[in-house]
Design a protein around this ligand. Sequence first.
Ligand code: NAD
Length: 251
Amino acid sequence: MEPAGKCAVVTGGNSGLGRATAEWLAAAGADVVSLDLSGEAPEGVRFIPCDVSDFAAVQAAVDAIEGPIHILVNCAGIGAIGAIATPEGPGDMAAFRKVVEVNLIGAANATAAVAARMIGNEPAGEDGERGAIVNACSIASFEAQEGMGAYAASKSALAAMCLVWARDLSRHAIRVNGVAPGFMATPMVAMLPEALVDELLSDAEFPKRAGRAEEFAEVVDFVLHTPLLNGEVIRLDAGTRPPARTKWSMG
Ligand code: NAD
């Protein structure tokens, strides 16, 4: 899927990984729309305010985009930390639900609304491709540390959806893949103490540094340009395999 001249929807496109992806796609000549709760879209990117966890809002946002949509990148996401239970009582189940509603249901809402539109696209290129979807998964899709239950629930399910949605949509020539970053320097993790960041990065093999948002966008670009890649989740984590907990963990 060559982005030039295509329409791309990026959820969470006003910040971090989504923003870098929206900028990358716009620079590549795509007509880019950011669906985000708040903030400002990058220059040249259209912003439609939208809570991805609300299907009616997502459908209304997609309806407001005229013409075919060829690319969807699901980046909207939030984090949360908390054990499932402690001596003080049950964990925060409202927070657990919220994370799953934004990270998993939000990606499903956007995929459902956008893929339904993609199915009507004219087949294009050698393979007759109609669309390509990329999900922002996470290292926590595979190994999540203590306290990351809600986030892991959302991101492991999202990683599993890459193959299922690829299977659902293959008859319509639409591909679905995921990119699973490790620690990336974005506003989502900017509030973490420096010593914790150092500890997290010490588990990386090479290079031992935070990823840059543009490096995520570059992998999205590779996925879009690689027709044989389908139902796959690509790790982008410098070989990191996190231990059960850090010295900053809860107990
Ligand atoms: P970020 O906080 O910089 O950006 C997330 C964006 O999502 C924000 O613009 C926010 O407004 C938007 N958003 C949040 N809730 C929303 C909702 N309900 N509806 C619409 N938009 C909403 O975070 P980021 O680090 O760029 O993360 C992007 C994605 O990558 C997330 O899904 C995150 O889980 C994932 N990820 C991040 C890292 C990392 O280290 N930063 C690592 C692995 C995966």
